[in-house]
Design a protein around this ligand. Structure first.
Ligand SMILES: [Zn+2]
Length: 67
């Protein structure tokens, strides 16, 4: 059975799962906050792991390998 209520990942507030327009978040604000945190984390990873001034321009990661 699925729970009748879930906890908002951003603020931890409980909300009813059924009919929640921004689930699993309690509000659009919490949803945007979580998205913003996710994007900043994604950006922070390469920034921290790549030494400054030593970034080789390798294959484009957005391009899928040929089959
Ligand atoms: Zn919330």
């Amino acid at each position: 059975m699925s729970p009748a209520t879930v906890s908002c990942p951003t603020c931890g507030r409980e909300l009813e799962w059924v009919g929640a327009p921004f689930r699993p978040f309690c509000s659009e604000r919490c949803r945007l906050i979580d998205l913003g945190a996710w994007f900043s984390e994604q950006r922070a990873i390469p920034d921290e792991s790549t030494p400054a001034g030593a970034a080789p321009a390798e294959a484009d990661p957005t391009e899928p390998p040929p089959k």
